[in-house]
Design a protein around this ligand. Structure first.
Ligand SMILES: Cc1cc2nc3c(=O)[nH]c(=O)nc-3n(C[C@H](O)[C@H](O)[C@H](O)COP(=O)(O)OP(=O)(O)OC[C@H]3O[C@@H](n4cnc5c(N)ncnc54)[C@H](O)[C@@H]3O)c2cc1C
Length: 284
């Protein structure tokens, strides 16, 4: 396989360079290589708390395919995957990619239908272990969460406190890419889309810096993150969310009509959709 061959050659050259240069651990605890020597994969493994796997490693295929939701798995594969444990791992991964001039792709929940998180070559940063609620302030109706938390899990925690968030409709989908894509939400007519209830985003930039973006700081990142979807150029590690009071009920109904009536039903919906309460979500 072309990718494997090019990886082996490259890995050998980088391994030799790193062995000659030696690995230094900086004050931050992050592995650093001497100026001029790119970080190699062993150095990345030492620098990170999370799992790092390269093509040829026994667990590589399982790791790159493991959490792809629709199981339509393309033959594309990165050279290396890192399943990060925290922000410092993300920073180490970005530095590794920069030093080696590798492309980076980020995976959140693995629910995007087309699998944009599997690309040939480069580095895959897998965020699946960033899946926790960091804090909830009930009085201020705010929460800070890691990105790969599911709609089901976020609602479970919030609903118990009388709060809710405009999450997506399917319980197993994660906030990560859902919010970057705009977030078509439950009760959107009242609460707005998921992305409209984001107050700030913590992200690692392409330069490897951890920043917080909101309307008051790094506003350009904040603007871009809310709708860019797969095109976003940072790694989101936390979302700061504005919460809403839990509604007394959310009710769903499904009506079936004969295909022969499709035009009549569509016409009726077209005429009436704008007149109904924003609390009613209609789809045909
Ligand atoms: C069953 C199902 C139901 C759905 N329902 C809804 C719905 O009700 N409303 C709605 O709006 N959408 C819905 N979607 C679409 C869903 O929101 C998108 O597929 C979204 O991309 C899923 O997020 P993910 O983290 O799993 O994405 P992934 O597949 O993990 O990632 C896709 C891309 O998003 C980017 N990305 C993801 N996370 C990050 C991050 N933390 N930092 C930087 N980049 C990142 C990367 O570029 C990545 O390539 C649904 C999808 C499915 C499969």
């Amino acid at each position: 396989m072309k990718g494997e061959n090019s990886f082996s050659r490259r890995g050998f050259v980088k391994g030799t360079a790193a062995a000659a240069g030696g690995l230094l651990l900086g004050r931050s605890g992050r592995a650093e290589t001497p100026k001029g020597a790119p970080m190699d994969i062993d150095a990345l493994k030492k620098a990170c708390k999370g799992v790092v796997a390269a093509q040829g490693d026994a667990n590589f295929t399982e790791l790159i395919h493991g959490n792809l939701w629709n199981r339509l798995i393309p033959s594309r594969a990165p050279q290396v995957l890192i399943r990060v444990k925290d922000e410092q791992d993300v920073i180490a991964a970005i530095h590794f990619a920069r030093e080696n001039k590798w492309k980076v792709v980020v995976r959140g929940g693995g629910h995007n239908w087309c699998q944009p998180t599997l690309r040939n070559s480069g580095l895959l940063i897998d965020l699946s272990e960033l899946n926790k609620v960091i804090s909830i302030d009930v009085g201020a109706r705010k929460a800070v969460v890691q990105p790969v938390i599911s709609n089901r899990d976020i609602q479970k925690v919030l609903n118990a406190k009388g709060l809710a968030y405009p999450s997506g409709h399917c319980p197993q989908v994660k906030l990560s890419g859902y919010l970057l894509g705009g977030g078509m939400a439950w009760n959107q007519g009242v609460w707005g889309s998921g992305t409209e209830s984001i107050e700030a985003i913590e992200l690692v930039t392409a330069e490897g810096k951890l920043i917080t973006a909101s309307k008051d700081e790094h506003a350009e990142y904040f603007w871009a993150a809310r709708g860019s979807g797969s095109g976003f150029f940072g790694v989101v590690t936390r979302y700061h969310l504005k919460l809403h009071p839990l509604p007394r009920a959310i009710h769903g109904s499904t009506y079936y009509y004969s295909m022969d009536d499709a035009a009549a039903v569509g016409g009726w919906l077209g005429e009436n959709a704008a007149k109904i309460s924003p609390a009613v979500e209609l789809s045909l």
